[in-house]
Write a protein that binds this ligand. Structure first.
Ligand SMILES: [Zn+2]
Length: 360
């Protein structure tokens, strides 16, 4: 089987496979696939294969799947937006889109996967590794929620707890990868993960008859979904299936908001939000790519505090959206963007709801 090769956008080096470039930068596909023909009729589009229905855009082959994808897009009148229910996935979060990484690992004949995660990505990688019969070691912060840890353990993966902040977990994991512990299925580094998360854009556009919304408000930590959505909408525009890119508006956790700091200064990024444990990322790996995505889409980033998240979470639950606290950051940000006039209120907005409340 041919496994697509990787390239460093920074120095131009190419590799059959590697977790990062020798120069230290993240790698991406050397030639990401694009369909030739016109957009298929939305009414006739066969989405029974879930996200793999968009195989023309996906570099990897569907070797490992649990039928993930085609999540619902529903009206959320109280928010004057559409919600994409990304918590409706086999492991309860959008991270299953990135399980395309496990298909790459299977194509490469990998024995052991290694990943670091605050919970959702670890559960996704552990679960799809179980499906593939591949061993997995998942590095997690000692503060990880028991329910997320249980999902990792029950899938037969080995959780490795690390003390200290979230970054310490990544550092320990990278150390293990460098020491030969296994193949790094990182949701921050591995380009297969972003090829998978790009499918959120294909599905959203299809569900709207090949139109992009005016804006998408997304949680922004490592930018797994943010950058994936950007790449997906760009690929759709390049293929001629949509006309315009949506504005991509990030929602960060106050106190861990490096993009807000880069765009608006330290004061705008300050505060506290340990409720949003899934996106407390001080050093995002693909920082430059994400800043470019914000620039290219007339996007922005905003920091949301704990109180706003808790209030939003209560509203979401009361309206039937049973999501986890990190997920409430994006709808809370939608409110804040409108209050600040970044959004006027006339736009057509989509907000992905990223993780299930059943794991918290
Ligand atoms: Zn390089």
């Amino acid at each position: 089987m041919t496994v697509p090769s990787l390239r460093c956008a920074d120095c131009g080096a190419t590799y059959a496979d590697r977790w990062r470039c020798e120069c230290g930068h993240p790698l991406d596909y050397e030639s990401p696939p694009l369909p030739d023909g016109p957009a298929p009729d939305p009414a006739a589009f066969d989405s029974r294969a879930g996200l793999w229905s968009f195989g023309e855009f996906l570099p990897e082959s569907p070797l490992v799947t649990l039928g993930e994808g085609t999540t619902p897009l529903v009206d959320a009148d109280e928010w004057d937006a559409q919600f994409k229910l990304e918590y409706v996935f086999p492991t309860g979060s959008f991270k299953d889109r990135g399980a395309t990484t496990v298909s790459r690992a299977a194509a490469l004949g990998v024995d052991t996967l290694v990943e670091d995660s605050s919970g959702n990505a670890g559960a996704a990688i552990a679960t799809y590794a179980a499906r593939a019969g591949i061993d997995a070691e998942i590095y997690v912060p000692a503060s990880v929620k028991d329910t997320k840890l249980r999902a990792i353990r029950r899938a037969g993966a080995t959780p490795v707890k690390t003390e200290g902040p979230r970054q310490a977990t990544t550092d320990a994991c990278v150390g293990a990868v460098e020491a030969g512990a296994g193949w790094y299925a990182s949701h921050a580094w591995n380009p297969a993960f972003f090829a998978g998360t790009a499918t959120v854009a294909y599905e959203t556009a299809l569900q709207r008859d090949w139109t992009a919304p005016d804006a998408v408000v997304l949680p922004l930590g490592h930018g797994t979904l943010f950058l994936g959505a950007y790449r997906g909408f760009r690929a759709l525009r390049e293929a001629g299936w949509i006309d315009d890119l949506p504005r991509l508006l990030g929602a960060q956790a106050a106190g861990s908001a490096p993009f807000v700091e880069a765009l608006h200064g330290a004061r705008a990024a300050a505060g506290d939000n340990d409720a949003a444990d899934g996106i407390q990322i001080p050093k995002p790996v693909r920082r430059d790519q994400i800043l470019d995505a914000i620039g290219d889409t007339d996007g922005d980033a905003i920091a949301i505090g704990r109180d706003a998240v808790e209030a939003e979470l209560a509203d979401l639950h009361a309206r039937g959206f049973y999501v986890e606290p990190t997920c409430a950051v994006a709808p809370a940000a939608l409110r804040a963007y409108r209050e600040r006039g970044v959004l006027t209120g006339d736009e057509d907005v989509v907000v992905p709801l990223t993780g299930s409340g059943l794991k918290t």
